[in-house]
Design a protein around this ligand. Structure first.
Ligand SMILES: NC(=O)c1ccc[n+]([C@@H]2O[C@H](COP(=O)([O-])OP(=O)(O)OC[C@H]3O[C@@H](n4cnc5c(N)ncnc54)[C@H](OP(=O)(O)O)[C@@H]3O)[C@@H](O)[C@H]2O)c1
Length: 344
């Protein structure tokens, strides 16, 4: 089998395609011949060496990858819901950039009939993140008004799509005008373009006088304060990333930029927040794989939505596995729209 192997933290040159032994099948696991591996921004953080759960659960060397699609070739003892030949999609805690992978059956879902294998590889991690952050952590009223940052990206697109299925009013924020149409196609009611010289947060506030019920923000220090200020009383700021700390080119950590960003990250006063009735919620799903009940509810909820035809399959651009560095460069640049995948 082949996999992407990263021996130590660094730039694109660290992404090596190697040949190695096939994984052995373990009790309760499913062996998958991988067709596509979905790419997530977090894979770049893993490569750069700043992803906390990669340090906690794997260390070096590491094979990144949070989601795959493919065909089951064998099932381990005790697995009754899959058999050889089944087309599946699955989320993985690392190792997704592998042509064969053995993973616990509870992380595997049947590939929906309406999905191609390419789309299936780009669904589990981003939709699981979006579903958890919007529908499992807290309650949103049926007429909720929400704001989604990086709305044309992987998680952002999933958030917009899920929110529209729920009937919420959705405003998206994008960093490039080329992304606006994609977000409108997902059903967003309005899209703000940060690259427009006329864009400012005061205008967003004017357009949404009551404030937002929830704002979803993975930018970090550049927008957290504005996002918080835009909440209405009872509103929630959901923070799930901090990509502004990372350069958009070069592939390496700029320590000065990162420290500057951390110093500029706003601090919130809980006593003031009590009176304002605003909350901040922070999470990282890669630390939650042991929460089996949560995982099962999340997967079941998503599969039901797909069955009803309520979710738009992700828009995907694929790269051959040999071009993994190009794919990392593209997602790091901030120019990608929808999802990227690697084809084995
Ligand atoms: N906590 C969790 O459990 C969890 C799970 C999945 C993903 N995440 C986080 O969610 C975010 C989105 O992940 P994704 O895989 O779906 O990526 P993505 O949104 O497809 O791509 C990243 C997007 O972030 C925006 N961005 C803003 N500043 C950036 C910078 N300095 N460098 C690069 N991009 C920048 C860009 O969009 P705009 O310019 O249009 O804003 C870019 O297109 C990431 O921060 C990721 O780490 C967290």
């Amino acid at each position: 089998m082949q996999k992407i192997y990263i021996e130590s933290a660094g730039g694109y040159e660290k992404l090596k395609l190697v040949t190695c032994n096939d994984p052995s099948l373990i009790k309760g696991e499913v062996l998958i011949d991988v067709s596509y591996a979905g790419i997530n921004y977090a894979d770049c953080l893993v490569r750069i060496g700043v992803y906390a759960s990669a340090k906690k659960y794997v260390g070096w060397p590491i094979t990144p990858g949070f989601e795959v699609s493919g065909t089951v070739t064998a099932v381990g003892e005790g697995v009754t819901n899959f058999k050889a030949g089944d087309k599946v999609m699955a989320f993985t805690r690392f190792n997704g950039y592998s042509s064969k992978i053995s993973i616990p059956a509870c992380q595997v879902m049947p590939l929906p009939e309406s999905f191609t294998l390419e789309q299936g590889a780009c669904f589990p991690a981003v939709y699981m993140t979006a579903y958890y952050s919007m529908l499992q952590i807290f309650y949103l009223p049926p007429d909720a008004n929400i704001l989604v940052h990086s709305a044309a990206g992987g998680v952002g697109s999933a958030l917009v799509s899920l929110a529209k299925d729920k009937g919420y009013k959705v405003s998206g924020v994008v960093g490039r005008s080329q992304k606006i149409q994609h977000v409108l196609d997902l059903g967003a009611d309005h899209v703000y373009d940060k690259s427009d010289p006329k864009f400012n947060w005061a205008q967003v506030q004017k357009d949404n006088l009551l404030g937002f019920d929830a704002v979803f923000d993975a930018n970090g220090y550049t927008t957290i304060q504005s996002s918080f200020d835009l909440l209405r009383p009872t509103g929630k700021l959901v923070i799930y990333g901090s990509h502004s700390l990372i350069p958009k080119s070069g592939g390496k950590l700029n320590y000065f930029k990162a420290i500057w960003g951390l110093l500029k990250t706003p601090k919130f006063d809980p006593m003031k927040m009590i009176s304002e009735n605003k909350s901040i919620i922070c999470f990282n799903v890669s630390f939650l794989f042991e929460e089996q009940r949560l995982l099962a509810q999340n997967m079941q909820g998503l599969l039901e939505l797909i069955k009803k035809g309520d979710l738009i399959p992700p828009k995907v651009k694929s790269f051959p596995i040999e071009q993994v560095a190009e794919a990392h460069k593209l997602i790091e640049s901030g120019n990608s729209i929808g999802k990227l995948a690697l084809k084995f």
